[in-house]
Design a protein around this ligand. Structure first.
Ligand code: BTN
Length: 333
């Protein structure tokens, strides 16, 4: 078979994207020669696609979150293996919880195109229209005591921010404690962690991530508080590629966290993106609230709040609002 045909056959084999070096390695060709052959194929009418940072593959590319589409870009070992896709589901977190109850393995990712009952933190709903966003929940089975799980939202917030920052065009991401993803003060995404545990340890954990991706029409009650990657940059994003990048960042962070045995590697990256640092805030709790100034994170991921009397209070759960302390912030995001 001539060289061009061998390149084409390789790309057609499993629809995976490959770098020049990977193609060259498989076919015993050097990278510049592979580039020439790809260019020849393109000029000959083949739908050769290049995705920056990912390599070359064959079109057409679909913006649908089918397992096969995500697998084209996926380079993880554990997370997203397998992927369970649904066109419509009440909540990917609820489905992941029930699959986990029936023994679904560590690393399973549940992805949906639309949620009819998307859930947010503090009992809120999560707007989940079809065709535009990413709704993904991961089943995790760490062998850890329940006390340690307060660290996970911090780890995953950093991972999700990094995934958005590496898209083309990149999205600048701020983090609002514990794990809201913001752009220019508006909410881009959020993370909802839920777990089943007993005194013997964590049975499983579900981390659900919602990202507003290509949504440009916002429901009325979100218009003031939310945004999307597309609204932030003017770009359009390929959701299966974003899902694969997100899984990759989550896996890298998960392994780094387990390896370090602490939040240490994440405190700096989290603080760099923190939108609360040094600001006067109100933390809504269930029940009540606390006013103070945000002063970083504790080693276990709690928000350090400097109170009026000068003492520091570590807050483990709540909703932080920036701004005039008397003003109630909108409850839905
Ligand atoms: C938040 O309130 O900031 C957390 C929002 C989490 C939303 C995601 S979308 C995928 C997963 N399924 C859900 O029902 N919720 C999470």
């Amino acid at each position: 078979m001539e060289q061009r045909q061998r390149v084409l056959a390789l790309l057609a084999e499993d629809q995976v994207f490959r770098t020049l070096e990977e193609i060259g390695g498989s076919l015993e060709l050097n990278a510049p020669r592979v580039r020439e052959l790809l260019e020849d194929l393109r000029l000959g009418g083949e739908r050769i696609l290049e995705i920056p940072g990912r390599g070359f593959g064959l079109g057409p590319v679909a913006d649908i979150l089918f397992e096969k589409e995500i697998q084209r870009y996926l380079r993880t070992r554990q997370l997203g293996r397998p992927i369970v896709f649904r066109h419509e589901v009440s909540s990917t977190n609820s489905l992941a919880m029930s699959l986990a109850e029936s023994g679904q393995p560590h690393g399973t990712a549940v992805v949906a195109d639309r949620q009819t009952g998307g859930r947010g933190r503090m009992g809120r709903s999560w707007a989940s229209p079809a065709g535009v966003n990413l709704y993904l929940s991961l089943v995790l089975r760490p062998e850890l005591p329940p006390s340690i799980v307060t660290e996970i939202p911090i780890v995953f917030a950093v991972a999700a921010a990094r995934a958005l920052e590496r898209q083309d065009p990149p999205v600048r991401v701020g983090i609002k404690w514990p794990n809201d993803l913001l752009h220019d003060g508006r909410k881009l995404g959020g993370i909802l962690c839920e777990m089943r545990a007993s005194s013997s340890g964590v049975h499983f954990l579900v981390a659900g991530i919602g990202i507003n991706v290509n949504m440009v029409v916002l429901e009325e009650d979100l218009a003031e508080t939310a945004t999307s990657m597309a609204l932030a940059t003017g770009g359009t994003y390929l959701r299966p590629l974003l899902a694969a990048d997100l899984l990759e960042e989550l896996e890298t962070s998960w392994e780094a966290w387990l390896g370090a045995g602490s939040l240490e590697p994440f405190l700096g990256p989290w603080m760099e993106r923190s939108v609360l640092e040094g600001r006067r805030i109100r933390v809504a709790m269930q029940p009540g609230f606390l006013d103070g100034t945000a002063e970083g994170l504790s080693a276990s991921g709690a928000l350090r709040l400097r109170l009026e009397d000068g003492s520091i209070r570590e807050v483990y759960s709540g909703d932080a609002h920036i701004g005039p302390l008397s003003r109630e912030m909108p409850q839905r995001s």
